[in-house]
Design a protein around this ligand. Structure first.
Ligand code: 2PG
Ligand code: MG
Length: 437
């Protein structure tokens, strides 16, 4: 059929350049062009609270440019090494192209070419193939079964490494589950965000509504309970029921307040060991409608994770720094029952194929997935399409504020709109209804 022949999918051009992320740090933009005129353009995100086992983000280390954070070496790797290797290949053979780059790199952690270089190409290839076929990315990835919109885990209060305040926990999120449509859930999230702004300003003064890296407020609160109370009050002030319409989620990102030498965690001014921290979570889960906790313990503590997962039976325990979107680490976790969900960040592993493999492994282990942005983001919206395309029911994309965050939400609104023209979009919310006895 005209336009569907293999020759149309042939990669004719691959090029990268250095652009900026939401923190003003350099990152890569990659463009892939096919013979059929399809164009794929992708920008690569970057984390602040990175897991020690993530694939390597290649930076120049040249203090004369961007304080060493330039990515010109990664750009060169795309233009001089990857481009000649994949030019002429069929862009719809995603796995073959990803494999080619993995082989070309030849290291476990992609430190040769850089996971940022490889991921930029991997995403741009998928987009170019989708464009060549004339279908949106989510449909290219998921076919006609792709029609479920994810629950947004919206990070309304920022702490930890994402904010200049004293809160130890990194993310205090709301999950609007009790809605029929994604757009209604998102609107609820925005109304709560507005109510929270008003409430924080009243209680803690105007500087409390300055925002952190992910667009959530970064007030100087005394601790986690004050943040959780503020969220509950904002949910109610917005006219919704906490625990029914809207539930809470945490990402303490525990590695960031763990001291390896002493084995102790410093939480909001208090030192505690693993047992102390687990009991704190048990208390918080009893006191607040928390349905999900990500990285509750530090990234090497598989044993602690499995203990905690057993004890907090009805809570979604998500491994982010623990699993780093890596099949081997996920398998190791599944063997001992560490966590029951995995955070999926394509740039932790470096290719789309490997990301999809981890998602499929998670399904076979009975683990849920949460797709995630990074704290350093761009206007790229690939993760929104990935969430729908792979049928992943939850997405972390920050507060409904700042363009790099709203870009993802706006893309999901657009996808819901497309789907409602031909099909009935589903919303994952009902599947997350509290499982407590
Ligand atoms: C996390 C992420 C995203 P970062 O810990 O889950 O919210 O933060 O990108 O800084 O690793
Ligand atoms: Mg995290």
């Amino acid at each position: 059929m005209l336009g569907y022949g293999d020759e149309y999918f042939e990669i004719v051009e691959v090029r990268a350049m250095e652009v900026l992320d939401s923190r003003g740090n350099p990152t890569l933009m990659v463009e892939v062009l096919t013979r059929g005129g399809g164009l794929g353009k992708a920008l690569v995100p970057s984390g602040a609270s990175k897991g020690a086992h993530e694939a390597l983000e290649l930076r120049d280390g040249d203090p004369a440019r961007f304080r060493g954070k330039g990515v010109m070496r990664a750009v060169e790797n795309v233009n001089r090494k990857i481009a000649p290797a994949i030019r002429g290949m069929n862009s719809s053979l995603q796995r073959a192209i990803d494999l080619k780059m993995i082989e070309l790199d030849g290291t476990e952690d992609k430190s040769n070419l850089g996971a940022n270089a490889i991921l930029g190409v991997s995403m741009a290839v998928a987009k170019a193939a989708a464009d060549t076929r004339g279908v949106p990315l989510y449909e290219y990835l998921g076919g006609i079964s792709a029609r479920t919109l994810p629950v947004p885990l919206m990070n309304l209060i920022n702490g930890g490494k994402h904010a200049g305040n004293e809160l130890s926990f990194q993310e205090f999120m709301i999950a609007p589950i009790g809605f029929k449509r994604f757009s209604d859930a998102l609107r609820a999230g925005c109304e709560i965000y507005m109510a929270l702004r008003e409430l924080l300003r009243k209680r803690y003064g105007p500087s409390s509504v300055n925002v952190g890296d992910e667009g959530g407020f970064a007030p100087n609160l005394k601790g986690a309970r004050e943040a959780l109370d503020s969220l509950i009050d904002a949910i109610e002030a917005a006219g919704m029921r906490a625990g029914r319409d809207v539930v809470l989620a945490l990402d303490p990102a525990a590695s960031s307040f763990y001291d390896e030498a002493s084995g102790m965690y410093a939480v909001d001014g208090e030192l505690m060991d693993r047992e102390g921290l687990i009991s704190l979570y048990e208390d918080l889960v009893r006191e607040y409608p928390i349905f999900s906790i990500e990285d509750p313990l530090h990234e090497e503590d598989f044993e602690g994770f499995s203990d905690l997962t057993r004890r907090l039976r009805y809570v979604q325990i998500v491994g982010d720094d623990l699993f780093v979107t890596n099949r081997d680490r996920l398998r190791r976790g599944a063997e001992v029952g560490a966590a029951n969900a995995i955070l999926i960040k394509p740039n932790q592993i470096g290719t789309l194929s490997e990301t999809m493999d981890v998602v499929s492994d998670a399904g076979s282990f009975g683990y849920r997935c949460v797709l995630s942005h990074r704290s350093g983001e761009t206007e790229d919206t690939t993760i929104a399409d990935l969430a729908v395309g792979l049928g992943i029911g939850q997405i972390k994309a920050g507060a409904p504020a700042r363009g790099e965050r709203t870009a993802k939400y706006n893309r999901l609104l657009e996808i819901e709109h497309h789907l409602s023209e031909s099909d009935s979009p589903q919303y994952y919310g009902a599947k997350l209804s509290p499982r407590r006895p």
